[in-house]
Design a protein around this ligand. Structure first.
Ligand SMILES: Nc1ncnc2c1ncn2[C@@H]1O[C@H](COP(=O)(O)OP(=O)(O)OP(=O)(O)O)[C@@H](O)[C@H]1O
Ligand SMILES: [Mg+2]
Length: 417
């Protein structure tokens, strides 16, 4: 059965939780063991981005049960979770909320789940409305004449709360409320090897890259807990996102990704940013990743072309292409080479195609190192090669869709102009 949610949070629906030890099996066994006719609360707590919400969703899915996600916030009103009246063309209609719907689903299907993210962010009043569900297995809808919704003796309703314990600025749970949750498992960062496995599986990156990133993330986490010189935590979520981006994006943007995905995201002050950058430098983070990605891309290149592309061959292609570019510039001048914004002009590309096709095709073949042919195939359904040679359609596509990258390649990566 499809899970429903009242939350706007986007969580990749297809991702499944990968258990660190046996926490998933344990929770499943616990849910199986409890008797019917009860509403049980489980409080998952731990640092951000460790998969708590995902674990809760995966549990519900493993029962093929419906689940309702509530995002805890101080604005959350009792009526949001129980149900509210809506005025419709002069008529009124009652919209049942997730608590009521979950009881109905549990009664019909034997089990259902309510997942409450950041449960400690909800106000006391709303905590109270959950209290009665947890201990008396029913709720009375105040706004609907105390209409009673009760869990039947054959069903189970599981309330999975998630929270970041120890994070500053968040409310504590009311003691009576917390007490009603039968267990409180801590979901912490996985062990190193497990985290590498999670990152590799979810981001699709290479094992070695995951290893490098996880290693540095752990070092930054250590620093964060030791001397508090870094306040935000390097979560598994962040590692996954970073690894996914660097594997999918051209290598030329590695530095941008390190800055934007790691340093600017984790560092709130210039000092923090400096500390993070220093740890990364100390670990030779960028160059290690660059080496790995370069290795991987040249392997792909060899595989795609069935020829061995060595560094000497790359230099050879660059030298030849540079000569052609120089000829063009001598003939037509720099004004006819680059636009005012620094981007290469199409007429240069066209001239290369008309006068130095073979050399230029070899040069453009180097873009295979940057995932561009893959993107081209995804977007157009076409192959970038015809009879083993680069096509004009591909070159035109790069020019139209990736002009910035193309200019960067021409000016900086494999400099020819
Ligand atoms: N054990 C894991 N299995 C699968 N994915 C994981 C795991 N740990 C972390 N992730 C990654 O972290 C992302 C975020 O997970 P999730 O939203 O469940 O974390 P959370 O602990 O609920 O975070 P928050 O405390 O910020 O709400 C996942 O989409 C996934 O990419
Ligand atoms: Mg969460």
């Amino acid at each position: 059965m499809e899970g429903s949610r009242i939350s706007d949070t986007v969580i990749e629906n297809q991702i499944e939780y990968i258990q660190q030890k046996d926490e998933f099996d344990y929770l499943k066994c616990l849910i199986n063991s409890i008797g019917k006719g009860v509403c049980v609360g489980i409080l998952l707590h731990g640092p951000p981005g460790t998969g708590k919400t995902l674990l809760a969703i995966s549990l519900a899915k493993s029962y093929n049960a419906s689940y309702y996600i509530i995002d805890g916030s101080p604005d959350l009103d009792r009526r949001d979770i129980e149900g509210n009246w809506e005025l419709l063309k002069g008529d009124t209609k009652f919209n049942y909320g997730p608590l009521t719907l979950a009881i109905k689903d549990a009664n019909e299907n034997g089990i259902s789940f309510i997942i409450i993210n950041e449960i400690n962010a909800i106000r006391e009043n709303e905590q109270i409305s959950l209290n009665s569900l947890l201990s008396e297995k029913h709720i009375n809808l105040i706004s609907k004449g105390f209409e009673k919704h009760e869990l039947n003796p054959k069903s189970k309703l599981i309330i999975l709360g998630t929270m970041n314990k120890g994070v500053a600025g968040i409310n504590k749970l009311q003691e009576a409320f917390e007490d009603r949750f039968i267990i409180c498992p801590e979901i912490n960062y996985p062990l190193k090897d497990k985290e590498i496995e999670i990152v590799t599986k979810l981001s699709g990156c290479d094992n070695k890259i995951a290893d490098i990133v996880v290693d540095s993330a752990r070092q930054i986490r250590k620093q964060a807990t030791q001397d508090f010189s870094i306040t935000k935590i390097f979560s598994t979520r962040l590692i996954v996102n970073f690894c996914m981006l660097i594997s999918k994006m051209p290598l030329i943007y590695l530095k941008n990704n390190i800055e934007n995905v790691i340093i600017n995201k984790l560092g709130t002050t210039p000092e923090e940013k400096k500390s993070i950058a220093m740890i990364l430098d100390g670990k030779m983070f960028e160059s290690k990743i660059r080496d790995e990605l370069e290795d991987k891309k040249s392997v792909e290149l060899i595989w795609e072309n069935d020829v061995d592309i060595t560094n000497e061959k790359i230099s050879e292609v660059i030298v030849l292409t540079k000569k052609c570019f120089q000829n063009y510039i001598e003939k037509y001048g720099i004004k006819n080479t680059f636009k005012y914004n620094g981007f290469i002009m199409w007429k240069v590309i066209h001239w290369m195609w008309m006068h130095n096709r073979e050399t230029f095709q070899k040069y453009i073949k180097l873009t295979e190192m940057f995932n561009l042919p893959y993107q081209f195939r995804e977007e157009t359904g076409k192959d970038h090669l015809y009879n083993g040679n680069i096509t004009l359609t591909y070159i035109r596509w790069i020019y139209q869709e990736n002009l910035e990258t193309l200019t960067k390649i021409i000016k900086e990566i494999f400099p020819v102009a």
